[in-house]
Design a protein around this ligand. Sequence first.
Ligand code: MN
Length: 239
Amino acid sequence: MNYVWGTGTHVGRVRKVNEDSLSPLSSGSSSGPVVLMVADGMGGAVGGEVASRVAAEAASAEEASAPMTSEARVHLANTAVIDAARDDSSLAGMGTTLTLVRLDDAGTMHLAHVGDSRAYLLRENELRQLTSDHTLVNELIELGRITTEEAELHPHRHLITRVLGLGPIGVDTETIELRHGDRLLLCSDGLTTMVSDFAIQHLLAAGEGVEATVWALIEHANTAGGVDNTTVVVVDVTE
Ligand code: MN
């Protein structure tokens, strides 16, 4: 398989600091294996910025002789954030989401995920969300206790139930065989809280290249208010 990716991040229109991180930092292409990710940090002072950057750096580790699984990378990132917080008391309590894919040369995608960043797959113009948000409201929806509409107004809708940096974590994983023509999206919640799945599907299916699509999505988030940092990775899968 061949992978072509575009990446972008923007501080948005309200916040002064961008606490999101991503890897790789620039657009490119590869026949695999390639590891791509988004991380959304949180924590007082500089904690959020540091947490997401430390996680993305640790999870981007070069592979030596054996492949490193996506799940192992997330655990490595978790340990790195915990260690960084232990070394500097001003960083205590910092945390980060991490949504990561490893795409291999045979076309297999290994997804690993913690938090409320998301991965989507556009296949034959149909958009499928591959990750579940680790948020209180999403857990209540899955339990059938509240509706999607109620979640949007819930006073604790921003409460995240699983992040890296605070202790041992459960990592969601999924393996998908990719096909020629598939398009992947990784994004922080700055995109998905501002832009509907309908609009995301429309922009991904518009036929623009990966880089133009990344910036079209970010521009939509900012036009809709840009209340958070927005980070986007788009990958095209070709034979
Ligand atoms: Mn965010």
